[in-house]
Design a protein. Sequence first.
Length: 237
Amino acid sequence: MASIFAFVKLFENKEYAEDFVNGKLFMNTIRSFKEYRDKSGELRGDDHEGIIAMYQPSQLGELKLGDVTILPSELAAPIVIHGEHLLNQNVFCIYSLNSRGYDNVSEETIREFKKTLELHNSCFGLGKYCVVVTNASEFIKRCQVAIKSKGFHGSLGLVDYFDEREFHGEMPLEKLGYQKRSMFKEQREYRIKIDTMRKLPDHYTLNVGDLSDITALTTPAELNEKLEIKLPDGTNA
């Protein structure tokens, strides 16, 4: 199981960063990410958001639409199926500094591990300000308390990344809303997902209380520059 050392949330607007420090978690619907079109390569939009299944043409038999038969060789791309109810749920997305991919870290792997934890260049386009959550477990606890106090159905967890060229079948039920294509893997995303059960789904702000005691405001470049890893034997990077 991966350990989470800290969270990082990027913002283009300093006012939004300060709102987060004050405990206001702005949560868009999953549908909004599906329909969003990136303008500057920021990788916010993903038309595969909210999928519940993907079927590769090479692994399908014939498809029939009435009297029309469609052969797998005639399909230009995988068949992607979205979940309507899933698309209506709200998510808060945040970058996680986690140990996924490393069972242990040694003197030989510490520099590679540090590189994994650093914000990837592809994430810089998501915002010029970033808020570092220095106590991950306390942040998770406050989110869970807030969700419970509102009576929402909710869950929290790391996003898994799949190879869209190879994956075939239904997404695991327990991971719906936590699956993204491998092209987004550098975001190392952690999500908070809630179902507000509203008739007209829209963005929602979850108030988890003041976070100023467990956060620090900086920039992506400064975060990478100041990040340091130290092993028990004193080895650092």
